[in-house]
Design a protein around this ligand. Structure first.
Ligand code: EPU
Length: 334
């Protein structure tokens, strides 16, 4: 099952020339158990990888990459209003969304066309156009790496926040997601507040028309992973105090913000970066994507060092201009 010395350039969406010491596809939890045991015997580090859409390999990976191909799907239960669906971690996220839309299950249509897998989306709490994965997640099934036992967490236990969960913090490296259970609606309530989505879908939105609108918006702003390497938003949008925001407005009166709570707002990092003149700027073949400055793309032969240098330069300039620290959303893998 284990492939040795694998070229993973096209097994992560940044498409930066990289090798991994070992790679394994698995389709069952038992296979995953065996792989972890083998990695331990061989003294190899290991980590899960989905589509690799949120990773920056800073150097060749010296361990074993565990790639879930668990693509099961099960309706756990349903009533007049809801359906509970358990999807294997290896589903390509957008294939899962397309399946839900086809079945008439609402809740994930705004998350159409996000690169990645079901398993990774539950770690990262992907979000777009007014919806986050945790809005529809009911439970997350995992394998405990230490005990090799299966366990299920409720959505509350995962402590989801903006692009965050305990899987990324306290539980980092402790579990591998094997499946996610979603509660989807048979009577969808559409969320169309973003931009001109309402106008795009017309008077009578359907799951399919919302999906089509989201895909059209993403295509206009974000690079197509199959055409141009990137890892989506490179930074998370920073959360700042309302006090700091008010004082920034004196100098930057058109700075947009998203509401967070009574004390805080979130500001779009793409806007902060754009206003500092980064659009289209390059280090080597790493470039700030002109249509959305929050994204760094690989123009062809970027090396990880170019991306890291560009990201550092951007973060420094944003800090100097606004006294705001922006941090990567992308995970650096060493
Ligand atoms: N903006 C600029 N210049 C830019 C980019 C953005 O002025 O180069 C301005 C826009 O005009 C707008 C504001 O910044 O006023 C926000 O931009 P946008 O609507 O594109 O959203 P975002 O905050 O930059 C976030 C997510 C995206 C998600 C969109 C839509 C994060 C880190 N990113 O971007 O998610 O698609 O909202 O909901 O939260 C991803 O995570 O990879 C991703 C693409």
């Amino acid at each position: 099952m284990i492939q040795e010395n694998v070229d993973i350039t096209h097994r992560h969406t940044f498409a930066i020339a990289t090798q991994a010491r070992a790679w394994a596809d698995y389709t069952t939890i038992d296979e995953l158990r065996q792989l972890i045991a083998t990695a331990r015997e061989r003294n190899l580090d290991f980590m899960p990888i989905g589509e690799g859409s949120n990773l920056l390999f800073v150097k060749n990976y010296s361990g074993l990459l565990l790639h879930s191909c668990i693509r099961t799907i099960e309706t756990i239960r349903e009533d007049d209003e809801w359906v509970w669906v358990k999807a294997g971690s290896g589903w390509i996220w957008d294939d899962f969304v397309a399946h839900c839309v086809q079945q008439g299950w609402g809740g994930v249509e705004n998350l159409s066309y996000i690169p990645g897998t079901v398993g990774a989306s539950a770690v990262q709490n992907v979000g777009a156009y007014g919806v986050e994965a945790c809005d529809v997640i009911e439970q997350v099934s995992v394998l405990d790496i230490e005990t090799l036992q299966e366990h299920t967490f409720t959505v509350e236990e995962c402590l989801y926040g903006y692009r965050s969960s305990l899987f990324k913090t306290e539980w980092r490296g402790m579990f591998i997601v094997t499946a996610v259970t979603y509660r989807l609606s048979k009577k969808p309530q559409f969320k169309l507040a973003y931009g001109n989505m309402k106008a795009m879908v017309g008077e009578k939105p359907t799951l399919q028309s919302v999906r089509d609108a989201v895909i059209a918006i993403r295509r206009s702003k974000l690079p197509e992973p199959s055409v141009c390497g990137s890892a989506g938003s490179f930074f998370v949008n920073p959360v700042i105090s309302r006090e700091q925001y008010a004082s920034l407005l004196e100098t930057f009166p058109d700075m947009p913000c998203y509401e967070v709570d009574e004390e805080r707002v979130k500001v779009p990092a793409g806007w902060l970066i754009d206003r500092q003149g980064w659009k289209g700027k390059c280090v080597g073949d790493a470039m700030v994507y002109p249509q959305q400055c929050l994204v760094i793309v690989n123009k062809g032969n970027a090396r990880a060092g170019h991306v890291v240098q560009l990201a550092q330069d951007i973060a420094f300039s944003v800090f100097m201009a606004y006294n705001i620290l922006i941090t990567p959303e992308v995970n650096y893998v060493y």
